[in-house]
Design a protein around this ligand. Structure first.
Ligand code: DGL
Length: 267
């Protein structure tokens, strides 16, 4: 087996990127770290998000990864540029892929973005979208109740529907035609969000586009794994391995997933 790809998030959200990697890059082996014990990152000060993201980075580098994916919008907004310039391996975030995908899909140019407080405050999506097309109209909204909902495993059912309705009320008649799920946790709520906003709003999650970008970079840098062995993905969390495994198996549609609980303190 060749070298693995390292994927990180503050919790289970980055699994939405892992799912796409497993679909688009089935030969690649993934090492995933979710910092569940310190999730959510969204309301945390920038310096804390930076320090925690570096800890996850050092943990993954120790596993000899050939590529690093910051599958967390909050961490991407704060750290992508500095981590990318500090490392020799390719480092990808999730904001530009999501922005590109939204630009591709919008017809009216009215784009909504939902994310954590940190991501919305950073205006990273607005900047990314406007860097491609100055004329788009971007409306951002922080949805701080979504991440705890997903991390608790309660992302389907009437309770989730109620929270989605309350958080997204301002988007109900906002005439956006495209909504970016600017947090990797949110695709787990996609069905509920789409039902509430109706079929005229196209929902964009960055996982698909991120995996496509990974595929292109691996190809051009001659890093694709050519071995025919079944990849042995490894999952690590700083929180409860039981809850993590339960959500991961459900989301990735795998019978069972082994997750190891670890501490990031020494990194
Ligand atoms: N999944 C993360 C994101 O994409 C962060 C959620 C959080 O920890 O607040 O922003």
């Amino acid at each position: 087996m060749g070298q693995p790809i390292g994927i990180m998030d503050s919790g289970v959200g980055g699994l939405t990127v892992v799912k796409e990697v497993m679909r688009q890059l089935p030969n690649e082996e993934v090492i995933y770290i979710g910092d569940t014990a310190r999730c959510p990152y969204g309301p945390r000060p920038v310096d804390e998000v930076r320090a925690y993201t570096w800890q996850m980075t050092r943990f993954l580098l120790e596993k000899n990864v050939k590529m690093l994916v910051i599958a967390c919008n909050t961490a991407t907004a704060v750290t992508l540029t500095e981590i990318r310039s500090a490392l020799k391996i390719p480092v990808l975030g999730v904001i530009h892929p999501g922005a590109r995908s939204a630009i591709k899909h919008t017809r009216t140019g009215k784009i909504g973005v939902i994310g954590t407080e940190g991501t919305i405050k950073s205006e990273a999506y607005k900047k990314a979208l406007k860097s491609i097309n100055q004329l788009v109209d971007v409306q951002g909204l922080a949805c701080p109740r979504f991440v705890p909902l997903v991390e608790s495993g309660e992302f389907r059912g009437p309770f989730a529907e109620r929270i989605v309705e309350q958080e997204l009320a301002t988007f109900k008649n906002a005439y956006i035609d495209t909504l970016i799920l600017g947090c990797t946790h949110y695709p787990l709520l996609e069905e509920t969000i789409s039902q509430y906003l109706g079929p005229e709003v196209q929902i964009i999650s960055s996982g698909e586009e991120t995996a496509r970008e990974m595929s292109t970079i691996l190809f051009f840098q001659d890093l694709l794994n050519s071995s025919s062995f079944e990849p042995n993905h490894q999952f690590f969390t700083t929180g409860s391995s039981k809850l993590f495994s339960q959500i991961a198996s459900q989301w990735l549609e795998l019978d069972s997933i082994q997750t190891e609980s670890i501490s990031l303190e020494r990194y």
